[in-house]
Design a protein around this ligand. Structure first.
Ligand code: NAD
Length: 351
């Protein structure tokens, strides 16, 4: 076996249906007395439920979380945390809400207790994308890593299928890239492969059966593993492309990941045969890239960039941006081939 480095993450995880009932004791365990509860405006009722459960240890609610964490939102939330003399953030929601908690923690080092309600996987990472002047920049800092995560599948019962499916594919994307990452190691790869298996088996059931709790638990477990994979090894072409498309063309995050993933996988296929074999095995498919496309189709997710607002005229610029900042990828970056990849993703062709 070749030499490798593996960094374990110091996060306490409480998993299972009904685990939100343990919130009070988990807050106590963190030693928090003035928790600031975060959510999106749409999930205000969930934030109020959390504040009720915490009782006297809740300092207030801030419900302005939005996608891609604009710097103005981050600064407003930081001011509220200071004014309320918060000593902890409780983030209930998807990656956008967890991201707002991270923005506060980055400058204050307040501990985060995350309660994920999508499959984004952000709660397992010390990574954050903050958007300023239309550009999304990624920061990595251990202060942003949540101290405690409560995974309660019952919270996913309200997640609409059209958000749940792409959100799960976002998690699959973390695991796919972890398998061919430059820092890939046997431990992360085990988790990544198991994560793809769990998500591929459960997501079609999640979107088909709105009340199926077991499938939601299985998908949440897959998302948890995917988050660890994202946090412990570097990402490559796929995440960089999605970052560029999302930041520059303001495309929806999870849908962009869903559409680009089969094409980025095809791009890397011949350079990473071992990873491809593991991905295909986890999907129960004969080919990794086609299997990912078929999974996206099976869960009713969008399959073409043109469906989610990407202008065809922007593909040249996207290809330029993708090759401007060189980064590691198993298959060397070649502008013509990336332009072709983007065209196929724009049209929604099966790779
Ligand atoms: P999101 O957090 O923006 O949520 C999408 C919508 O679904 C919101 O309106 C939200 O209120 C609603 N919602 C969430 N859970 C719900 C539930 N259970 N029931 C009903 N409605 C619910 O979407 P997301 O895909 O989870 O997160 C995307 C953001 O997360 C992006 O900004 C992305 O950059 C970030 N992200 C970061 C990381 C990381 O490690 N830093 C990883 C993945 C995603």
């Amino acid at each position: 076996m070749r030499a490798f480095t593996y960094n374990a993450l110091p996060i306490r995880v409480v998993f299972g249906a009904g685990s939100l009932d343990r919130l009070g004791e988990e807050i106590e365990r963190l030693g928090a007395h003035r928790a600031l509860v975060l959510s999106t405006p749409e999930q205000r009722a969930s934030a109020e439920d959390v504040a009720r459960r915490i009782g006297a240890r809740a300092a207030g609610i801030y419900d302005k979380a939005v996608m891609h964490t604009p710097i103005e939102t981050a600064e407003a939330a930081r001011r509220v945390a200071t004014e309320l003399e918060a000593d902890c953030c409780v983030a209930i929601g998807g990656g956008s809400t967890t991201g707002l908690g991270k923005a506060i923690a980055l400058t204050s080092a307040l501990p985060i207790l995350a309660i994920p309600t999508t499959f984004a996987g952000s709660e397992m990472t010390p990574i954050q994308g903050i958007t300023a002047d239309g550009v999304k920049k990624t920061v990595r800092d251990l202060r942003m890593l949540p101290k405690t995560v409560i995974y309660d599948p019952t919270l996913l019962l309200t997640l609409p299928a059209r958000i749940a499916g792409p959100s799960g594919m976002n998690a699959v994307a973390h695991s796919v890239e972890a398998l061919y990452a430059q820092e890939a190691n046997p431990i992360t790869s085990l988790m990544a492969q198991e994560s793809i298996r769990a998500l591929a088996q459960s997501l079609p059931i999640v979107v088909r059966e709105p009340q199926n709790l077991d499938a939601r638990g299985e998908a949440l477990y897959g998302a948890w593993l995917a988050g660890i994979a994202l946090a412990t090894v570097g990402m490559a072409l796929h995440h960089k492309l999605c970052h560029t498309l999302g930041g520059t063309f303001n495309l929806p995050h999870a849908e962009t990941h869903t559409i680009v993933l089969p094409h980025a996988t095809r791009y890397n296929a011949s350079a990473a045969p071992e990873a491809m074999a593991r991905i295909a095995r986890a999907l129960g498919a004969s080919d990794a890239a086609a299997g990912l496309y078929d999974l996206a189709k099976a869960i009713g997710a969008p399959l073409a960039l043109k469906q989610i607002g990407m202008p065809e005229a922007g593909l040249e610029r996207a290809a330029d941006l993708a090759v401007t900042n060189p980064y590691w990828n198993p298959q060397p970056l070649e502008r013509g081939a990336i332009r072709a990849l983007l065209q196929a993703a724009w049209e929604g062709r099966r790779p």
